[in-house]
Design a protein around this ligand. Structure first.
Ligand SMILES: Nc1nc2c(c(=O)[nH]1)N=C([C@H](O)[C@H](O)COP(=O)(O)OP(=O)(O)OP(=O)(O)O)CN2
Ligand code: ZN
Length: 148
C-alpha cells in the first residue's frame, strides 16, 4: 500500500486528573502529530497535484483548520474535570478545548482521528482515506489511532 504522511506540531496544556503521579498537575507538551493518508495517485498531466495522493500543503491546510489551530496553545480539559473547567472559565478569553475523554495521548489520538477522518474524506472524494494518526506527547511517548 502507498501512503503519505505529514507531520505538524502544536503546543497544548493538559492534566490527567486521576493519575497516580506528576501527570495530575497542570502541564503542557509540544505535541507532534503525524497524519497518514492513502488513496489514488493523481494521474492528470497539467494538474498541480499530478503524481500525488494529496498535496502536502493541502494536508497541512486542512489539518490546521480542523485540529492544529484549534488545539494549539489551548488547554485540553476533560469534560468531567470540573475544578479545572471552573478555573479556566474564570479567565477571560482563555483558549480552552473540552475533550470527551481523559486527555491521555491515547485518547487524544483517537479524538484527533475522529475529527480528521471526515475532514479529509468528505472534502476529497476520490478514495482518499485517513489511515493513521500518530500523536507524540513527548519524544519517547506516543499513540497511534488507525482505521482498522
Ligand atoms: N499510557 C500513558 N501513560 C502516560 C500518559 C499517557 O498519555 N498515556 N501520560 C503521562 C504524562 O502526561 C506525561 O506526558 C508523560 O510523562 P513521562 O512518562 O514523564 O514522559 P517523558 O517522556 O517525559 O519521560 P522520561 O522519563 O523523561 O523519558 C504519563 N503516562
Ligand atoms: Zn502530559
Amino acid at each position: 500500500m502507498l501512503t503519505i504522511t505529514r507531520k505538524l506540531e502544536f503546543d497544548a496544556g493538559h492534566r490527567i486528573p486521576d493519575h497516580k503521579s506528576q501527570c495530575r498537575n497542570l502541564h503542557g507538551h509540544r505535541y507532534v502529530l503525524e497524519i497518514t493518508l492513502t488513496g489514488e495517485v493523481v494521474d492528470q498531466d497539467g494538474e498541480s497535484d499530478n503524481g500525488m495522493i494529496m498535496d502536502f500543503s493541502d494536508v497541512k491546510t486542512l489539518a490546521k483548520q480542523h485540529l492544529v489551530d484549534v488545539w494549539d496553545h489551548a488547554f485540553l480539559v476533560y469534560e468531567k474535570d470540573a475544578p479545572v473547567r471552573e478555573f479556566l472559565a474564570s479567565m477571560p478569553d482563555h483558549k480552552t478545548v473540552v475533550v470527551p475523554r481523559v486527555p491521555t495521548v491515547e485518547n487524544l489520538a483517537v479524538t484527533a482521528f475522529d475529527i480528521l477522518k471526515p475532514a479529509f474524506e468528505q472534502r476529497f472524494g476520490r478514495a482518499l482515506r485517513l489511515k493513521r494518526v500518530k500523536l507524540y506527547e513527548t519524544p519517547n511517548c506516543w499513540a497511534e489511532a488507525t482505521d482498522d
